[in-house]
Write a protein that binds this ligand. Structure first.
Ligand code: AMP
Ligand code: ZN
Length: 500
């Protein structure tokens, strides 16, 4: 397959050619684990997943690395505000690591439900402080830093191509009043408004929970350095693809490039930068830190299967803004249901048709009834759509076209079509093979399970009221054995799936 991707670096669609034949090094920015992922974040990870699945299906050996941010991400991406992890830990009366652990598990619970393939390597920022310090030392040695007010800063004026990714002008970034930095508290220590912190010491927060010794004093890293340090560790000093949402273009990814290239001197650090557009609500943007966001669980609570949401996301191209509404999600649910029914119809026909064809051959009639179809042309259409900057809406249309045209075809064509559909689904990730082999679309199953758990929670409350604690414990233990955890809180008992 000949992929072409829209590269933010250069703002053009470019044919994809990896640094090493048939191998792809891919880094996707992962979650900051101070809250659940919202459905907008999940859009970003579905995009990474479509990319990885497409490349693997085309025969590439993809090394997919994703970070977990558990330190250093402030409420504003450019060093202003509070530390997101510390703030949540204080609010909840927990340690930062407890918060990180809980939301990391919740994150993978969501991505598993969305049928998102797990990255090859998942790396936590707090496990890579040593690598961050050595990378900062290289940046410092090469003359790109200054130490003031207790923090070590990256001096963007020393890096002439700073801002190339985001098409920002270095001169503008040096003056705070002309940039987006003007809207946030300016750090008096910065020489240029766009400078950013590589290492904080006590000067920023007195109450920072996690601190490490460093050549610049006891402190903790800035947010951006973790992605440079971990991607270089696992993928080398130059690699193929880097992804994230469009919000990362002007600050986070711009800073990642500056740090990495300043340390290694190799340009370009990353060959292809792919950015997904935002998922927006009717009411506007969704934000993890400002609340008011929808989680995957909130869609499940409304009776949707996570794969309905996946179908909804695939129906929009990743570079187009997508507006979320429950009406559109209902539309996706209906389409997925009909897709599953049609594919199941093909499966039933092939099992029936197989027996009929065998009988026909036994009776020496020789020929099967029904028309034939050139299935490979549909696969080609699908491949073209995916090769063309991962055009999932067009790919879905190819799949539907095949489903429509295969009606009334003979057994062998139907069997080939079914195989082709499963093959297409190895990219789309709608779990079609598993779903059609089950009795339902998954939604009904979720509903039944939910009702069963809620019944058991009621029984457990009754058992406790009746002081039958062993019965109550048995209910909890039986559910735990099935991977379902009950949690008693001030607002009653809630449940969640056990984390992997
Ligand atoms: P965060 O956990 O905030 O660092 O975000 C995780 C990923 O989600 C990043 O790649 C963000 O760019 C991306 N992202 C954040 N909000 C949205 C949104 N509303 N729609 C799509 N992607 C988003
Ligand atoms: Zn990153």
């Amino acid at each position: 397959m000949a992929f072409s991707f829209y590269n933010t670096l250069g703002r053009s669609k470019q044919s994809f050619s990896p640094l090493q034949e048939k191998k792809v090094g891919f880094y996707g920015c992962g979650p900051t684990v101070y809250n659940y992922a919202h459905i907008g974040n999940i859009r970003a990870y579905v995009h990474h997943d479509i990319l990885v699945r497409s490349l693997r299906r085309a025969g590439y050996d993809v090394n997919h690395v994703m970070n977990i941010t558990d330190v250093g991400h402030l409420s504003d991406d450019s060093d202003a505000g509070e530390d997101k992890m510390v703030k949540t830990a204080e609010e909840r009366g927990k340690s930062v690591l407890e918060i990180a652990d809980y939301y990391t598990k919740a994150f993978f619970n969501d991505t598993d439900k969305m049928n998102i393939t797990r990255p090859t390597i998942v790396c936590k920022a707090t496990d890579h402080i040593k690598e961050m310090i050595s990378l900062i030392e290289r940046i410092e040695k090469n003359g790109f830093t200054y130490l003031t007010g207790g923090n070590l800063y990256f001096d963007i004026s020393k890096f002439p191509s700073y801002g190339d990714l985001a098409l920002l002008k270095l001169e503008d970034l040096q003056k705070s009043e002309q940039t987006e930095f003007a809207r946030i508290d300016q750090d008096e220590n910065k020489r240029n408004a766009g400078d950013f912190v590589l290492w904080f010491t006590k000067s920023k927060f007195e109450n920072q929970a996690l601190v490490w010794d460093s050549p610049w004093g006891k402190g903790y890293p800035g947010w951006h350095i973790e992605c440079s340090a971990m991607s270089i560790k696992y993928l080398g000093e130059q690699f193929d693809i880097h992804c994230g949402g469009i919000d990362h273009i002007p600050i986070h990814h711009t800073n990642e490039i500056a740090q990495s290239e300043a340390a290694t001197g190799i340009t370009p650090w990353v060959k292809y930068w792919l950015h997904n557009e935002f998922l927006v609500l009717d009411k506007g943007k969704m934000s993890k830190s400002k609340g008011g966001f929808l989680t995957l669980q909130s869609l499940i609570d409304e009776g949707f299967d996570p794969l309905d949401y996946r179908y909804f996301l695939l129906s929009g191209h990743y570079r187009r803004q997508l507006q979320f509404s429950f009406e559109s999600l209902q539309g996706a649910k209906n389409s997925r249901k009909s897709l599953v029914e049609k594919v199941r119809g093909l499966l039933e026909k092939t099992s029936r048709g197989g027996a009929e064809a065998q009988r026909a051959q036994g009776e020496d009639k020789g020929e099967e009834s029904g028309k034939e179809l050139n299935i490979s042309s549909y696969i080609e259409g699908f491949d073209k759509a995916i090769e063309d900057d991962l055009n999932t809406p067009r790919a879905l249309a190819e799949l539907w076209g095949l489903l429509k045209d295969v009606q009334g075809c003979n057994h062998s064509t139907t069997a080939k079509a079914l195989e082709a559909i499963y093959d297409m689904d190895s990219v789309l990730g709608l779990g079609l093979k598993e779903t059609v082999n089950n009795k339902n679309t998954g939604t009904e199953e979720n509903e039944e399970l939910k009702q069963e758990i809620e019944e058991l929670i009621k029984k457990r409350i009754e058992a406790k009221k009746a002081k039958d604690f062993s019965a109550a414990d048995n209910i909890r233990q039986n559910l735990k054995d099935r991977g379902i955890i009950l949690e008693d809180g001030v607002n009653g008992t809630t449940w969640r799936f056990e984390q992997p």
